[in-house]
Design a protein around this ligand. Structure first.
Ligand SMILES: Nc1ncnc2c1ncn2[C@@H]1O[C@H](COP(=O)(O)OP(=O)(O)OP(=O)(O)O)[C@@H](O)[C@H]1O
Length: 252
């Protein structure tokens, strides 16, 4: 069984080929990173996987199921969660409230049951809170649990976004530039979190990242894109030394 597969996927915006016939596989438990100069098509691939965009051609397979036409909310329910390049949290809510929102794809109770506050609703609520507390503990966020997002330092917000994605208990987490805006020490911590997400939680990581030191430290394999096309794929060292990749970055 192949875990996650992108097969000949394209995305065109008018005349712009943001993604042009791209194929790759990601194995279960892998840390797979997509790199490329600005405008290479990295975010477009994330938006295709999370179904924000519908591909112009090709298909996406997850655990041998064709997910090309699955609705975005169902993608989350199937076990694919993501973070965004520009943090997307509710600023005027506590860290814990933001995580509880991240659990909503697991909600099985109906509005009428919630209105009556039935025992099943109380049990579900307790389970949601327990999961959030587990994630808070895992990412060392307990001290910030009740703090409003607006009052949190940027680095903690980045970790909170990851926490929110983890609360949905994903099989794959898509991290869009996890180190952007972080200082050296915070980037160092981020490398540990990324590796722990894989090693301790068994979650597969697909990441878009510009910081090549971080890419080399954590990635099993790297895919390099330019102008929507695959330039190279392999270990971080193989891809970094690939002449087409070197040329793309020098020309960028
Ligand atoms: N909604 C859109 N409408 C039109 N063109 C778009 C749209 N989204 C992306 N593009 C174009 O598609 C190409 C790929 O963009 P994308 O954002 O995927 O690149 P990227 O590799 O993520 O870049 P960056 O590193 O700057 O975030 C670019 O030429 C971009 O201008």
């Amino acid at each position: 069984m192949s875990f996650f597969k992108v097969e000949g996927v394209s995305l065109h915006f008018g005349g712009v080929r943001a993604v042009d016939n791209v194929s790759f596989n990601v194995d279960k438990g892998e840390i797979f990173t997509i790199i490329g100069p600005n405008g290479a098509g990295k975010t477009s691939i994330f938006n295709l996987i999370s179904r924000i965009y519908r591909p112009t051609g090709g298909r996406l397979m997850f655990e041998d199921q064709d997910i090309t036409n699955v609705a975005p909310h169902k993608i989350a329910k199937m076990g694919i969660a993501r973070t965004f390049q520009n943090i997307e949290l509710f600023e005027n809510a506590s860290l814990l409230s933001n995580l509880l929102i991240g659990r909503h794809c697991h909600s099985t109770t109906q509005a009428w049951q919630e209105a009556l506050f039935l025992p099943s609703v109380k049990a579900a609520e307790r389970a949601h809170r327990e999961k959030c507390e587990e994630v808070i503990e895992f990412l060392d966020l307990a001290v910030y649990r009740d703090t409003y997002i607006a009052s949190l330092p940027y680095g903690i917000r980045k970790v909170t976004e990851i926490a929110r994605a983890l609360c949905s208990e994903p099989k794959i987490i898509l991290l869009d530039e996890p180190s952007s805006g972080l200082n050296v020490e915070e980037t160092d911590d981020m490398a540990f979190w990324i590796r722990d997400i894989r090693s301790q939680l068994g979650i597969t990581v697909i990441m878009v990242e510009h910081d090549m030191a971080l890419v080399s430290r954590v990635s099993d394999r790297v895919l390099a894109l330019n102008y929507g096309k695959v330039l190279a794929m392999g270990t971080p060292a193989e891809v970094q030394q690939h002449p087409d990749v070197v040329a793309a970055y020098i020309g960028a």
